[in-house]
Write a protein that binds this ligand. Structure first.
Ligand code: SF4
Ligand code: SF4
Length: 192
């Protein structure tokens, strides 16, 4: 099967080379397709393409099909696959590399709310130097399902009563430096 190629002004890069170039994605070529990762994965039944198949799709160049699927967004980073993989591959890291590519290309699926959660988390950390949970969650629910916030209200109230949910953000010193680091990471190829 022909590999999907991505065109850039100067070079063409195959899907597998793209994944290999992202930290965590390097080991994908050593996969022997044993399926131990899928068999160990607690969320695999919800993935369009479970871990072993997702890795096979990278190798087959099925870029758009995989990056627009819900697969990698269901990875809960439990690392069971990583502990059990006979080739010392870290499938979870490969899934996170795929998330970076999906966001970068605007292919992240609306069938998972994880991409929105990541964006709200980073925006909050960037604005305050640390996550402001109340603001982050309000933004998340407004962008996904505002009614879901009602279900979480008792949890929020409990946290507030135990002084675990500040009403105002707590900005750190040096937010400017943190923004510079995050901007540098973006310039190096991080997801926007
Ligand atoms: S457990 Fe490791 S070698 Fe086996 S299919 Fe998964 S990533 Fe590949
Ligand atoms: S780290 Fe992700 S891919 Fe691996 S077993 Fe856990 S949920 Fe599945």
């Amino acid at each position: 099967m022909a590999e999907t190629m991505v065109k850039s002004p100067a070079i063409e890069v195959s899907f597998i080379d793209e994944v290999c170039s992202i930290p965590g994605g390097e080991a994908i070529r050593s996969c022997i397709q044993c399926g131990m990762c899928t068999g160990s994965c607690p969320t695999a039944s919800r993935w369009d393409y479970p871990p072993r198949k997702a890795i096979a799709m990278v190798r087959a160049g099925l870029r758009k099909e995989l990056l627009s699927s819900n697969s990698m967004w269901f990875c809960a980073s439990c690392y069971t696959c990583t502990v059990r993989c006979p080739r010392d591959i870290k499938p979870a890291d490969i899934m996170h590399a795929l998330e970076v590519l999906a966001i970068r290309d605007g292919l992240s699926t609306k069938r998972s709310r994880t991409p929105v959660m990541y964006k709200c988390f980073v925006d909050s950390a960037k604005g305050n130097g640390r996550v402001y949970e109340l603001g982050m969650m309000l933004k998340f629910f407004l962008r996904t399902n505002p009614f879901a916030a009602l279900k979480m209200a008792p949890v929020g109230l409990g946290l507030f009563l135990h002084k675990r949910l500040p009403l105002k953000p707590n900005r750190i010193k040096g937010v400017g430096e943190l923004k510079a680091i995050l901007n540098e990471a973006k310039a190096l190829g991080g997801a926007k």
